[in-house]
Design a protein. Sequence first.
Length: 274
Amino acid sequence: MDLSHLISNAQNMPNIPKIVQELIESFSNDNVNSEQLAEKVSKDQAMTAKVLRMANSAKYGGHRQVGSVNDAIVLLGFNALRTLVLASGLTGAFKPPEGFDIQEFWKKSFSIASLSKWLAKHTHDIDGEVAFTCGMLHDVGGLLTHILVNEQAQEIDRVVAKGADRIEMESSRLGFTYPEAGAELANRWRFPEEIVDGIRHQLQPTVSEDDYKSLAGIVFIANYLYENREQDTETLINNFPSDHAAALNMDKVAVIDNIEEINELDSGIEALLG
């Protein structure tokens, strides 16, 4: 199957709100007018209500009351507000295909996003909100695949559940993989190249000897922590992907010293999903 052709001719592709599109474009605009964007968000009552609920959740330090979008900018900063609006707009943009557990999908996506943001703070040059956004979108290609070719996607899910390799199955059956589908969608939505690359290379962040995709590395480690969250701390540390941490110049000592914090990261996810 030709992925680009499938997306271009799909009848049920998600439509994201205009304000979300403007916020995506703001990633590459250092002169963005946050007051104007806040005013636009405020005009959408449903989105404003959801953003304020998220802003006042434990995940965003709900110890200070956020009563308006302008308050959110002042108290949280523009980047955090952008993350909340993106989360609100994107979760509402997708109509789940038959048999697809959209709540579970977003729950895992936000868990990976929270882990990505947590890991980013242990690096020197990766923005936590950008890492959160990339983590939130890491598996959007999987959802997109179900939207485009749901029957084939469900068949692949069944054989993967029996132990088959997902990438191998998707490549042979569909001709593309979920990271490729996600990167294509993020590119069409005009997300910055670093996020597109983070999605595309999440399984293999090392593209070449001198080309390591940092956001992909963050998502790779976040996935490791998520998939092994039931392991005891010693096992988690012993199998930690240290080569990727080194490539990211991550403070591994700080990560390991504070590894128990990851157990608290899922608090407040209900507000993001609400």
